[in-house]
Design a binder for this molecule. Structure first.
Ligand SMILES: *[C@@H]1O[C@H](CO)[C@@H](O)[C@H](O)[C@H]1NC(C)=O
Ligand SMILES: *[C@@H]1O[C@H](CO)[C@@H](O)[C@H](O)[C@H]1NC(C)=O
Ligand SMILES: *[C@@H]1O[C@H](CO)[C@@H](O)[C@H](O)[C@H]1NC(C)=O
Ligand SMILES: *[C@@H]1O[C@H](CO)[C@@H](O)[C@H](O)[C@H]1NC(C)=O
Ligand SMILES: *[C@@H]1O[C@H](CO)[C@@H](O)[C@H](O)[C@H]1NC(C)=O
Ligand SMILES: *[C@@H]1O[C@H](CO)[C@@H](O)[C@H](O)[C@H]1NC(C)=O
Ligand SMILES: *[C@@H]1O[C@H](CO)[C@@H](O)[C@H](O)[C@H]1NC(C)=O
Length: 414
């Protein structure tokens, strides 16, 4: 009798001592963003369940600090849109990379493919210059470049190796833009995003122009921005070379740059000077389109179910607007629109396209001022709908979130 009771007690004890953090083995992948804490940055990882909902994974220190652009005339403080950029958190192969804008580094975490919302800190790497705000990887995952938007601006690149990322000094490129650390916004002539073309033929950098109201605008006139394209060539011996100088294309205020998955060679930029801009670099052609009643459309993602682009407005009702681009004329058409909520401050967006579910994509959008991530189901052109508000209280224990949280990236389980 006594013996039986002891066995029971120890079973109960074991159950109570089991870990609080759950391993959602049924998850289809993971969702990542950064807290951008000035006194310690964190990578927040969440599981993506089979119905698309997010549940808490882990919040892990990046071993670096965040920072934020000064949104004149406001003082230096954390705020939605701290980097004036897209791509501050990216997934490359089985790693998730995150910028530390206040430490001039980026950090790499290893993803366990069976448990992707519990990545392990691996190492931090210098960003080369100041205020790193965007990361871009080659499609094969061999190279990664980090963009900097501070007083020393430009990018440096790394090559993957068995012992981590190796700096490639011959690929260091500076822009010589007249910026400060931290830079001044809300636009301020700053670099926004670095990406590789889908055929790896070039590294593209989106650079914003100036608004007349930018306090760091010496002319007080609107000035246009640019897309810098640095050509990548490989010789017969397999030596890969990056052009010293970029080919320059005119742009407005590109806050990011996406290549059309269905029409390689066509590019799309969310751009608050109009709403959006589509480019065909081979023809040096571009078309700007408007998003009615926008305040500042600065982020975008593409769905490979609808092939449409979804742009996010930081102001007003924080609208998400769905845009179809005609790849021949570059003309856009607005198909649908939903609000994240008044004053939600919509920012980064990612789209999860599970191979196992060809009829649906899930879109995750940061509602920065609400400290929430909102999840939408995309089912057809013109159709997307909210299915989850993933609030701060739902996020991993230990998350030190703020209105300056940023970045959106997803990982697909094999
Ligand atoms: C982060 O900021 C704290 C407080 O200013 C400082 O002590 C620490 O060295 C910083 N860490 C890094 C990695 O920059
Ligand atoms: C650099 O920017 C500052 C602040 O906006 C401005 O006062 C200065 O004239 C600029 N310098 C040059 C060389 O353009
Ligand atoms: C700004 O725009 C005005 C009006 O178009 C023009 O007269 C002026 O020369 C411009 N200033 C500069 C510095 O480009
Ligand atoms: C594209 O055309 C614009 C003028 O329309 C010109 O300023 C720019 O240099 C051209 N870029 C290239 C790469 O040809
Ligand atoms: C967002 O959409 C609503 C209608 O759905 C519209 O009233 C509003 O002007 C739009 N723009 C902003 C910035 O809220
Ligand atoms: C949104 O922000 C504006 C400006 O700060 C404020 O006047 C308004 O009351 C806010 N609206 C809501 C619904 O919070
Ligand atoms: C969309 O992309 C995902 C991930 O790359 C892929 O697995 C899926 O098959 C794609 N779906 C379509 C409809 O192309």
């Amino acid at each position: 009798m006594l013996c039986h009771c002891l066995v029971l007690a120890s079973t109960v004890g074991l159950a109570l001592a089991s870990p609080v953090n759950r391993w959602y083995h049924e998850s289809l992948g993971a969702n990542y963003f950064q807290t951008n804490g000035f006194l310690g940055n964190q990578l927040v990882s969440s599981y993506i369940l089979p119905d698309g909902t997010l549940v808490a994974g882990t919040a892990e220190w990046t071993h670096g600090n965040g920072s934020a652009a000064i949104n004149d005339p406001s003082p230096f403080e954390n705020h939605p849109d701290p980097f004036l950029s897209s791509g501050s958190v990216i997934v490359v192969g089985k790693q998730v990379l995150v910028t530390n804008a206040g430490s001039n580094t980026f950090s790499a975490f290893d993803i366990d493919p069976t448990d992707p919302a519990r990545p392990m800190y691996s190492n931090s790497y210098p960003s080369g210059y100041e205020f790193p705000n965007s990361l871009g990887a080659s499609p094969d995952g061999k190279y990664v470049c980090v963009l900097n938007a501070g007083s020393q601006n430009g990018f440096i690149c790394y090559e993957s190796s068995d012992s981590g990322w190796q700096h490639m000094p011959t690929w260091d490129r500076t822009f010589g833009l007249n910026l400060t650390t931290p830079p001044h916004g809300p636009v301020g002539g700053t670099p926004s995003q670095i990406t590789f073309a889908s055929d790896s033929s070039r590294i593209n950098v989106a650079i914003k122009g100036h608004l007349p109201t930018d306090l760091n605008n010496p002319t007080g006139n609107f000035t246009s921005g640019a897309i810098y394209a640095f050509m990548v060539t490989s010789d017969a011996a397999g030596q890969v070379t990056l052009a010293d100088k970029p080919v320059v294309y005119d742009a407005g205020l590109p806050f990011g740059l996406l290549e059309d998955m269905a029409n390689p060679g066509v590019f799309f930029a969310p751009d608050p000077s109009a709403g959006y801009e589509a480019f065909d670099f081979a023809a040096n052609a571009s078309v700007a389109g408007t998003v009615p009643n926008q305040v500042a459309v600065c982020w975008a993602a593409q769905s490979n179910l609808t092939n449409n682009f979804y742009v996010v407005d930081i102001g007003g009702k924080a609208n998400i607007t769905e845009i179809a681009i005609d790849s021949t004329t570059l003309q856009g058409e607005i198909l649908s629109q939903h609000s994240l909520g008044t004053n939600a401050s919509g920012t980064d967006v990612s789209i999860f396209a599970p191979p196992s579910m060809p009829t649906e994509n899930w879109m995750y959008v940061n509602a920065a001022a609400y400290e929430s991530v909102h999840a939408y189901r995309i089912t057809a052109p013109g159709k997307f709908s909210l299915f989850q508000r993933y609030r701060f209280s739902d996020q991993p224990k230990g998350t030190v979130s703020s209105k300056g949280f940023a970045g959106q990236a997803v990982y697909y389980k094999a």
